[in-house]
Ligand binder design. Sequence first.
Ligand SMILES: [Cu+2]
Length: 284
Amino acid sequence: MRRLGHGGRIAVIWLLSTTVGMVLVAIFLAPILPPGNGSKQASGQQFDNEVLLLVSVAITAMIVVYFGYTLIVFRERDTKATVDGPSIRGNAGIQTTWVVGTTIVVLFLAAFGTYELLGGAGGGQGANPVFVPSASAAVLQPNHKPLQVQVIGQQWQFTFRYPSEGGFESASFVLPVNQEVELHVTSLDVIHSFWVPALGLKADANPGVDNVAYITPKKVGPVQIHCAELCGLFHGYMFDTGHVVSQSAFKAWAASQRQFVSPITKDLPKYDTHYLPDPPFRAG
Ligand SMILES: [Cu+2]
């Protein structure tokens, strides 16, 4: 059998180290990557992070193996030598490999990222979402309708309005598990950002803008809420805990809230995709 040249040896060492590295990463690191499996969208993001990490293992291994091999095999063994080695003037093989390899990696990541984004990534898509999950689901389930919840940012807390549950507004963020939710995120004053890391959800809350985001929670339990946009003096205190509960617990919560806040619900403005307070009532 013909002995392998330098290129062949580098390729073999790279292939072995990449395989070992990928297996170790897949077993030990991938399962603990954020954001976890709190929602369909969070699981999608975790999968994306796993793919990116595995690709970066291959790239990192290439760099380390190439440099390591070069430093060891091509080192100057004569400790008294003071001259440079022969200058290199191009290498068609390496240049072609470099251009083809990097082109494949970049194009793959661009295509993968675009495809994953179009599949509903848990971010706000503006007033006219490109990706509407209910449209595809509705074909299979004619009565399928996402639960609509409005998120209203203001200095310095979020409140939530449930139009299909009587239009009440609550300071609590409660969602039913395994139910597709259509969030309409807006603000009454300055720009905020509604961020629920465990659900893989982050959407800008801008005054006068209806920012639609879709989420399907998968796990019952508390979820942390943060404002992710510097929105004034108490931005750092604009956090809260929301809850994903069973579908029956959600119905019971909605019924009790509806009754509890009914004296003020009648004085709320009619449900709308955004509210701009009348100028005389604005602060400042
Ligand atoms: Cu804020």
